[in-house]
Each structure stands twice: as structure tokens, then as C-alpha cells.
Design a protein around this ligand. Structure first.
Ligand SMILES: [Zn+2]
Ligand SMILES: [Zn+2]
Length: 398
């Protein structure tokens, strides 16, 4: 399949809008491009914004990234020779990691052997022919993008309450597809090593809740008291909501009833008194509740991304090769009213004819509504809608 019409539209975009492209501290960054053939070019250095802009115009990559790290020698071929000076602390929020119900409406799978299709989630093997060659087709819609936005705000709340990082040190960027990159540029955070980054990721995602461990001393058990900060405070608030009879929906009745029956739990919670002689079952149930709380209330981030200071982020206002949408830098206020499918379009130019190869749900892009389209039909579409369908592997240019 030739993506040439899409590549031409990308090229026209970079020619018309390259003045919107910018990267801070450009000469210390490593750049990475992936071209329309899928070739990855890494370890590139770029000396100035002008050079970057003309390179994007000339090379028209499908994906364009720069390192969150600042290096002494960004073009060195191996990581240890690059000489890392510091790196923004990066968080990746992706709708893929969120349980969104719309996936059942707009994501589907197809058996590569017999052609059978079905809606999300894909089976291990095809129910018709037993083949394991199952291909998934993802889509994005305002519901999953809204969920990603909510998660981005939750992350910023955690950064402020649990790590002490204010919003003024935080950069927000829509990736151009399924989510957001949140980067911390505060000095202390930028000098953190891999281990500390991992600890922060584990804390925010709720996978390491050591702070809520119960202390047994002098025959009593201490639990967090109402009014404490961080995860300890979240746990005491959770217990309080259970005692008051309005727990979150993920706490089952049996657990709630049992916790309410623990002698002295209200006093412990409100006055910081120790729990005495509550037995090992009570401690087990409390510990299980801590783990479940982490799973339910932790921010859904990609922990590996945050742990690794050598990661990349997208060049602001560059185009995403899986949607044709722009990567957009946002302030928290802008994020609040940001609607990616209406506001992150950027491709202009002549309409093109598309052959639909996979079913396309109804969707809105740049203020217009398209679809639904059945597989097999041919239709002329504006370039942004055509690119969206083609880059999501649901159609080909003809
Ligand atoms: Zn099959
Ligand atoms: Zn969706």
C-alpha cells in the first residue's frame, strides 16, 4: 500500500506550519524520526530550531520525537557515552491502560486466516478456524480521550499532594493519538536517577504502598488516622467511608461488614488509638484492602516510561503517524477545555479517495461528522478524515 497521498499532506503541513515547531534546549536533545517506510533514525542532533524545521519539511517523518533527557553528546551511539546531564520526569497516560467501555463499540479484531471479525476484546484464537493470527484495530473517540484527560488531571493532583510538585513545573502535551505526556521540569525532579524515578512511578500508580503498612507495637496495631496526607490519608478516608456506610463501589459488602465489626476501629481512625487483639484475619483483610485501593485509586501510568530517563516525547506540533493529528502542548487551563478530535487537526489539502478495508464507526473530526462506513466501499473524503482512517489501518488511498 502506498501512503504517498498522506506523506504529501504531511509535507504540506510541515511547509505551511513549521513556524509552530519548537523544542527547548534543542542542541542537547537526541532526535528520532520514523519515516513512512518504517525506518527508524536515531541519535540525531539538531543545532537550531531553523535546522529542525527545515529537516521536518525535507524529510517529512511519519513520527518525530526528541529525548526528555539533556545530553553532553546527544549523537553518541550508545547511552553510556551520551553523558546524561538531566532529564524531565515523564509520565505517559494512554487510553489503552484505562478501562473504557467505548472500546467495545469502536475497537475490533479480524482473523487473518478466515476473515472473521468481532468486537473488542480479541479472542486468543479464532472461534471459526482456530487460528491465532488475530489482528486488533484500535480507534479513539471523545469518551476514551476524556478518560485520558481525567487521568492526566488525577496525575497532576498526585504530583502536587504526594511528591510536592506544583503545576508551574509541569508541561502537558496531547500526544496526537490516545493520550497525554506529562513532564516535570523542576530541577530536583530532572536530576533523579532511574531508581528514584521507579519509586515515584510505583507510588503514584499505587503499586508500592509501603507507607500504609500497619505498625504493630506494644501489643497494638496502628492504622493511618483521618487527616494524614498521601496514601495514608486516602486509606483512612476509605475506612471512614466504609464505617459511614458509603464505601466506593469496588468494596464488597462482606468486606465492609467485616471491617465495621473490628473492635475500636472508629476510635483508631478518628483519634489515632491503637487497635488491640483484633486477630490475624483483621490484619489480613486490612492489608488486602490496601492493595485493592492501590489498584483502584492509583493513577494509570506506564511505569516503565517514567522509570527510564532515556525516553522520547513528540515534537510539539508535529504530526502523529497513527492519526494525522498534531501533538499539542497545553496549560492545565487549556487541557480542561481541550477536545483533541476537534482541536488537534492540522492536515490541509485536496480531498482523496479511500477504499474502506475495515469497518469505520461514525466519528467527528475538525467539526465535521463522518461514517459509519462498511468495509469494501470507496469514498472521497477531506484529507484529515482520510488520513485518520488510513493511519488507523481501516482504509487505503486509491
Ligand atoms: Zn479464523
Ligand atoms: Zn473511545
Amino acid at each position: 500500500m502506498s501512503l504517498e497521498p498522506i506523506r504529501e499532506a504531511f509535507a504540506m503541513y510541515y511547509k505551511s506550519y513549521s513556524s509552530l515547531i519548537f523544542v527547548p534546549e534543542i542542541e542537547k536533545r537526541e532526535f528520532m524520526f520514523i519515516d513512512f517506510q518504517g525506518t527508524v533514525k536515531r541519535h540525531m542532533t539538531i543545532k537550531s530550531i531553523e535546522e529542525l524545521r527545515s529537516k521536518l519539511e525535507r524529510e517529512t517523518p511519519l513520527h518525530s520525537y526528541y529525548s526528555v533527557a539533556l545530553y553532553e553528546n546527544p549523537s553518541a551511539k550508545d547511552m553510556s557515552s551520551k553523558g546524561i546531564e538531566s532529564a524531565e520526569l515523564l509520565f505517559d497516560i494512554d487510553a489503552d491502560l484505562l478501562e473504557v467501555s467505548c472500546r467495545k463499540e469502536h475497537d475490533h479484531w479480524r482473523c487473518e486466516n478466515c476473515g472473521r471479525r468481532g468486537m473488542w476484546p480479541p479472542p486468543e484464537e479464532c472461534p471459526d478456524c482456530g487460528s491465532k493470527r488475530i489482528r486488533s484495530f484500535k480507534w479513539i473517540c471523545p469518551i476514551c480521550l476524556e478518560a485520558a484527560k481525567r487521568e492526566a488531571f488525577r496525575l497532576m493532583d498526585f504530583l502536587s499532594s504526594d511528591i510536592g510538585i506544583d503545576q508551574e513545573h509541569v508541561l502537558i502535551a496531547y500526544t496526537g493519538n490516545r493520550g497525554y505526556h506529562i513532564r516535570v521540569r523542576e530541577k530536583r525532579a530532572m536530576s533523579l536517577d532511574k531508581v528514584s524515578r521507579r519509586e515515584i512511578a510505583d507510588l503514584i500508580s499505587g503499586t508500592d504502598l509501603a507507607a500504609v503498612t500497619f505498625v504493630e507495637s506494644g501489643g497494638g496495631v496502628s492504622i493511618p488516622r483521618v487527616g494524614e496526607g498521601g496514601w495514608r490519608g486516602r486509606f483512612s478516608n476509605l475506612l471512614l467511608s466504609i464505617l459511614e456506610g458509603n464505601p466506593p463501589s469496588w468494596v464488597d459488602h462482606k468486606t465492609a461488614d467485616y471491617l465495621r465489626s473490628i473492635p475500636g476501629i472508629e476510635e483508631a481512625l478518628l483519634k489515632g488509638k491503637k487497635l488491640h487483639n483484633i486477630g490475624s484475619k483483621a490484619i489480613r483483610v486490612l492489608r488486602k484492602l490496601v492493595i485493592k485501593m492501590g489498584e483502584e485509586e492509583g493513577v494509570k501510568i506506564d511505569v516503565e516510561v517514567t522509570s527510564d530517563p532515556h525516553r522520547f516525547t513528540r515534537i510539539p506540533n508535529s504530526l502523529h503517524g497513527k492519526s494525522g493529528l498534531r501533538a499539542v502542548t497545553l496549560t492545565p487551563l487549556e487541557l480542561d477545555s481541550f477536545e483533541p478530535l476537534a482541536m488537534a487537526t492540522g492536515l490541509k489539502g485536496r480531498s482523496i479517495k479511500v477504499k474502506i478495508t475495515e469497518p469505520v464507526p461514525e466519528f467527528e473530526l475538525g467539526g465535521s461528522t463522518f461514517g459509519p462506513f462498511d468495509a469494501g466501499i470507496e469514498i472521497r473524503l477531506p484529507i484529515d478524515a482520510a488520513a485518520f482512517i488510513i493511519l488507523k489501518d481501516r482504509g487505503i488511498p486509491i
